[in-house]
Ligand binder design. Structure first.
Ligand code: ATP
Ligand code: MG
Length: 272
């Protein structure tokens, strides 16, 4: 007899920032990129971060993605204080739990689309046949089944970004971080990439996306405005439209029967 479906764990934040500050030292000058940023993002949310150039959006995303460390405050990822983690643990998180997509695609030019998508699984020590299969499935999922042997230079910008999305999802991460993923794309390619992000959100992933574009921010259920390193406004948690599996990695969706695996180990290819 089927058990009653567990209620979505609405209150379980994946991302909790408590008075987070970040300063950079540039020569003799201290630049404060973030000041007292406090917010939390629940599993299954789709959040857009918007704000003027230099306002601290990428800095915030780098902290959320464990690509950079904060100067003050506390960052908890799935309840765990990131500052207590070792570099090896952080690398593991970047590889298994987070999928990154960047404006410049960050693909390795000498590798085919297939090999690019496989990379996160290489860092994970996955067997070759398994990697290949998962990378193919991910490329099919983004509509590039006929381009697996193409190198980035032989693909359009939109196709390159779809390869990057395939690379971000191949590891089946629960969190997708995208920094201006459509910044270099025309409107058709923008729509394709946004549709893919919608699908990932619908299948339960948490999405945090940075953008300058209104049309892009409109896809998110929640918009955070940031200015001069401070959250200026927050439209508030939207209905977390994900499934009850909110935030946990969703594997075994029909077409990706393989619970494919992860983003590039950020320390290597995905670092912006
Ligand atoms: N590595 C660094 N060293 C020194 N200052 C930095 C560094 N990275 C960012 N900054 C400064 O921190 C501030 C925030 O930068 P950030 O890249 O987060 O802005 P952004 O909102 O992503 O801007 P854009 O929309 O142009 O990408 C800027 O003033 C920038 O000059
Ligand atoms: Mg930026």
């Amino acid at each position: 007899m089927p058990l009653p479906r567990p209620r979505a764990k609405a209150a379980a934040p994946v991302i909790e920032l408590e008075r987070v500050g970040k300063s950079y030292r540039a020569g003799a000058l201290d630049v404060t990129a973030l000041r007292d940023v406090s917010t939390s993002i629940a599993a299954g949310e789709y959040v857009a971060i918007v704000g003027p150039s230099g306002s601290g959006k990428s800095t915030l995303m780098h902290i959320i993605g464990c690509l950079d460390v904060l100067t003050t405050g506390i960052y908890r990822l799935s309840g765990e204080d990131v500052s207590t983690m070792t570099e090896a643990e952080l690398a593991e998180i970047r590889n298994r739990r987070i999928g990154f997509v960047f404006q410049q695609f960050n693909l390795l030019p000498s590798l085919s689309a297939l090999r690019n998508v496989e990379l996160p699984l290489v860092y994970r020590g996955e067997r070759r046949d398994v990697r290949r299969q998962r990378a193919r499935t991910a490329l099919e999922r983004v509509g590039l089944a006929t381009r697996v042997e193409h190198r980035p230079g032989e693909l359009s910008g939109g196709q390159q970004q779809r390869v990057a999305v395939a690379r971000a999802l191949v590891g089946d991460p629960s969190l997708i971080l995208a920094d201006e993923p459509t910044g270099n794309l025309d409107s058709t390619a923008t729509r394709d990439v946004l549709d893919l992000l919608d699908e990932l959100h619908d299948s339960g992933r948490t999405i945090v996306l940075i953008t300058h574009e209104r049309e892009v921010a409109d896809r998110a259920r929640r918009v955070l405005h940031i200015r001069d390193g401070v959250i200026e406004s927050d439209s508030g948690p939207g209905t977390s439209a994900g499934t009850s599996a909110a935030g946990t990695s969703v594997s075994g969706t029909s077409e990706s029967g393989t619970s494919e695996s992860a983003p590039a180990s950020a320390g290597t290819v995905a670092r912006p």
